[in-house]
Design a protein around this ligand. Structure first.
Ligand code: NAD
Length: 509
């Protein structure tokens, strides 16, 4: 089979014209690092047709065969880790060490999906129950066909892979539209898959490049599911557009994650984790900590420890910097607006303030006791800022944490009651005495409630998102006189049933 580029529309030599090509730039320097041809409606349709043609072959492979191909892909990415980390660093801005951590997490997920698809989706015998004891019952799972994946830029390998690897492991082919801010990384992933699996037909995993219009064309195309990761506003537009054809959606959207610090918490550990999770990747993480609710008796100690840690944390693009630049220039104005709004609404900046914005970098900003209705507390900031509110009880902390329209993830610090507090939170995931602990455990599903989205990636639920359950009931023999689904049913059968119903069901507790 001919070797091919997996990027259907990529052409590195095409000049940058905003209508036909997008340029990828280093957010720290503004330097152009790549040019990619934008896929128009026809190119999107061509990519989908290619994926449709490949779906028959890829979907017909057994789980073990797909596992081999996915593990080869992971291994190729691992062999090229220096190259991919350098690309993540230059295109996204995050430090090389953070890029490596992101790659490592992604490889863990690819391997998990590859190795667990058979158990999660393989055929299962189901008990037919007493009414149908003359049947054997089976639950099988079929691939959906083509999954369209639309990704964000902030974790350009990890986040889309929660859909790509799991959709592939479930037997679907994938058409991926990476973010316009992570096009090079997206194409690298698909090219590595093709390179690792030269014997596979074209179209098992392809990318199409472009802005929102290319994503919108993918949503309208002949696909069987759309898996989106990005902002809530875009998620809503995608769901509305997908509704035209009843194309199912998986939406992984924004967050406003809260941490609860109880009076019995290890304050140093909590402050250390919050300082990192509020500013890592310049705060551009859907699961970044944006709000903290801390009990009064430990509040001063917690705030002064956070301040102490973050005073030494510095953004930059050199290899000693703690985190990088803001990847998307327009986000800087949102962060500025939130800081100003917080200060206008009774909040105090105990570290930094509007002067911390030195585009494209933003130094850490810690805001305390900001009005809960202000934008800084209610809306996703997506910058290296955090609000801390002192509360009188864990009950108050839980109430305020749950007040958000978002419900993605969260964390609880408490030596004795962590699990109980976690259970009360209206979110998709919670870490107890750590932050983001769930992200590195591939068996745990991930996703949100409310404005944070619909559906789950990762774990067995994440595999089932990309499969169609197929129930099969096989009648093994007929019971004389008991043909209930037939006009040959007799009065004496019904008479017997009238006696049996209260006897069988009436006694059940
Ligand atoms: P975004 O919504 O601006 O863009 C995401 C993707 O959607 C991009 O590829 C973009 O080109 C595409 N797009 C834009 N308009 C479209 C349309 N009308 N139809 C189809 N596609 C369209 O988001 P972003 O700025 O890239 O990412 C940041 C957001 O992503 C934040 O809100 C963050 O919380 C969220 N996020 C969520 C998760 C999660 O797992 N829940 C993970 C990472 C990021």
């Amino acid at each position: 089979m001919a070797k091919r580029r997996s990027t259907v529309t990529s052409n590195d030599t095409k000049p940058a014209d905003h209508d036909t090509a997008l340029t990828s730039v280093d957010p720290a320097t503004g330097e152009v690092i790549g040019t990619h041809v934008i896929a128009d409606d026809a190119a999107v349709a061509a990519a989908v047709a290619q994926a449709r043609a490949a779906a028959a072959t890829w979907g017909a492979l057994c789980f073990d065969e797909r596992r081999t191909h996915l593990l080869r892909w992971a291994s190729k990415l691992a062999q090229k880790s220096d190259e991919v980390c350098e690309l993540i660093h230059t295109e996204n801005g995050k430090p090389l060490d953070d890029a490596l951590l992101e790659l490592m997490l992604s490889l863990e997920h690819i391997s998990w999906a590859a190795k667990h698809a058979k158990k999660a989706l393989g055929p299962k015998r189901i008990s037919p129950g007493s009414l149908s004891s003359n049947y054997s019952a089976r639950l099988e799972h079929r691939p959906l066909g083509i999954v369209g994946v639309i990704g964000p830029w902030n974790y350009p390998v990890y986040t889309p892979n929660g859909s790509i690897a799991y959709a592939l492991a479930a037997g679907n082919t994938v058409v991926f539209k990476p973010s316009e801010y992570a096009t090079g990384v997206g194409n690298f992933l698909a090219d590595a898959f093709a390179e690792a699996n030269p014997e596979l037909p074209e179209g098992v995993f392809v990318t199409i490049n472009g802005y929102g219009a290319t994503g919108a064309a993918l949503v309208r195309a002949d696909i069987d599911k759309i898996a989106f990761t990005g902002s809530t506003a875009t998620g809503k537009r995608i769901m509305a557009a997908a509704g035209e054809k009843l194309t199912p959606v998986l939406l992984e959207c924004g967050g406003k994650d809260a941490v609860i610090v109880a009076a019995d918490a290890d304050i140093k550990a909590a402050a250390d984790a919050v300082a990192w999770a509020a500013t890592v990747n310049s705060g551009q993480a859907c699961t970044g900590v944006e709000r903290v609710y801390v009990e009064r008796s430990v509040s001063d100690a917690f705030i002064s420890e956070i301040k102490r840690i973050l005073t030494d944390v510095r953004p930059g693009s050199d290899n000693k910097a703690s985190y990088g630049p803001m990847t998307m220039p327009s986000q800087i104005d949102i962060v500025r607006r939130h800081i100003e709004d917080a200060l206008k609404n009774g909040g105090t900046a105990v570290l930094g303030g509007p002067e911390s914005i030195k585009a494209p970098f933003i130094e850490p900003v810690v805001l305390v006791d900001v009005d809960e209705d202000s934008e800084a507390v209610a809306e996703e900031t997506f910058g290296p800022t955090v609000t801390i509110r002192t509360v009188d009880s864990v009950d108050e902390a839980v109430e305020l944490a749950n007040k958000s329209k978002y419900g993605l993830s969260s964390a609880v610090y408490s030596k004795k009651n962590g699990l109980n507090i976690a259970r009360r939170l209206r979110v998709g995931a919670t870490s107890v005495n750590s932050v983001l602990g769930f992200a590195a455990i591939p068996g745990l599903p991930f996703g949100g409630v409310g404005d944070s989205g619909i559906g789950r990636i990762h774990g067995e639920p994440g595999l089932r998102e990309f499969a169609r359950p197929h129930s099969i009931a096989v009648q093994r023999f007929t019971v004389p006189g008991m043909a209930l689904a037939s006009y040959t049913r007799t009065d004496s059968t019904m008479k017997l049933l009238r006696k049996l119903v209260p006897f069988v069901y009436g006694r059940r507790k």
